[in-house]
Ligand binder design. Structure first.
Ligand code: SF4
Length: 329
């Protein structure tokens, strides 16, 4: 493991100054992904700026929704009464992720910043444009059953691994970040990016910007929610395909609906076309199947992940059925 220096800061300004001035520095929060990456030599920051003492752990109701501090632990968010009451989809997605021990350590901001779990990214003997730009992509033409079916490029076909981020995308969350030039807000759907020609860049943060909080606006899709995660093991495994679905129903008509997928693209994949199709229609299996067909039109297999072309639409339909039946959660 490469040697590094460590400092602990107690203000966001000090944290931002430390990382924006030093290209080899990075923020350390829960460390549940970063430390693994450092141990295996995938990344090698020369300076860790520990932000765990910053006052960014609050979960509080605002006039328009819920504000979750970037350092709130995943367990704390999943079990918070306001989250369970207003945004059960987020609670369900968080509980589907990782293991209880990891959720106790991992923070909201860190969850957003976690890197792909593509095996080639973690194997420093293999080519990987994300780890080593210009070296090639081992997964294209290689073992790629976990990889993307939407939005991939000829440089990278990796997927984003988070469950929490799928729910936050569906719920129209907004990220507040702070950098050397002050604060700005990023719609959650614009936070992560597609790989294009620069797969080494996972998100739209600028150098030195720190995630401060995530705001989720109140909505009408509260109680009818389900997060369906299909994976190789019953727990502690990343999604082959996941679907976050939330509905509001009036006389079995869909008044509003939110849909997003995980395990299928380099970013959480919002299904806006399917949402527009479903609004105002009956909550029937036939309509759910038609919505899933629309979603799959641009899907493309990479070889070993051909099965996702069948698994994904089936998961969409099943998640919507379960969400529609879950009005009492
Ligand atoms: Fe690297 Fe992306 Fe290719 Fe995986 S899919 S080997 S992360 S470039």
């Amino acid at each position: 493991m490469k040697q590094f220096s460590y400092i602990r800061v107690t203000s966001s300004d000090a944290a931002i100054a430390a990382v924006s001035k030093d290209k080899s520095a990075t923020f350390l929060a829960g460390g549940t992904n970063l430390v693994d990456l450092m141990k295996s030599g995938v990344t090698g920051p020369e300076r860790l700026v520990d932000i765990n003492r910053l006052p960014l752990t609050k979960i509080e109701e605002t006039k328009t929704g819920l504000r979750i501090g970037a350092l709130a632990k995943n367990t704390m968010v999943a079990e918070h009464p306001l989250v369970v009451k207003h945004f059960p989809l987020l609670s369900l997605a968080l509980k589907a992720g990782a293991s209880p021990q990891l959720r106790n350590m991992a923070t909201v901001g860190g969850n957003m910043m976690q890197r792909t779990r593509c095996h080639y990214f973690y194997d420093t003997a293999m080519p990987c444009n994300k780890r080593n730009p210009g070296s090639g992509c081992g997964a294209i033409g290689g073992v790629n059953r976990m990889h993307a079916i939407f939005g991939a490029s000829d440089k990278c076909i990796a997927v984003h691994p988070s469950d929490m981020c799928v729910a936050l995308t569906a719920l129209d969350a907004v990220v507040t970040v702070k950098g050397p030039k002050g604060e700005r807000k990023i719609p959650f759907g614009d936070f992560h990016r597609l790989p294009g020609d620069t797969p080494e860049v996972d998100n739209t943060l600028q150098r030195g910007e720190l995630i401060i909080a995530v705001d989720i606006p109140f909505n009408e899709v509260g109680g009818y929610a389900h997060y369906l995660k299909v994976r190789d093991r019953a727990s502690y495994a990343f999604a082959l395909v996941s679907v976050g679905a939330a509905l509001s129903l009036k006389d079995n008509n869909i008044a509003d609906v939110r849909l997003a997928m995980g395990g299928v693209a380099h970013k959480p994949w919002r299904l806006r076309e399917a949402e527009a199709f479903l609004k105002g229609k009956k909550a029937t299996v036939e309509n759910f199947q038609e919505a899933a067909r629309m979603v799959m039109a641009p899907a493309k297999s990479q070889g070993s992940n051909e099965f996702k072309l069948t698994l994904a639409p089936n998961t969409i339909v099943e998640a919507l059925k379960l969400a529609a039946a879950n009005g009492n959660i």
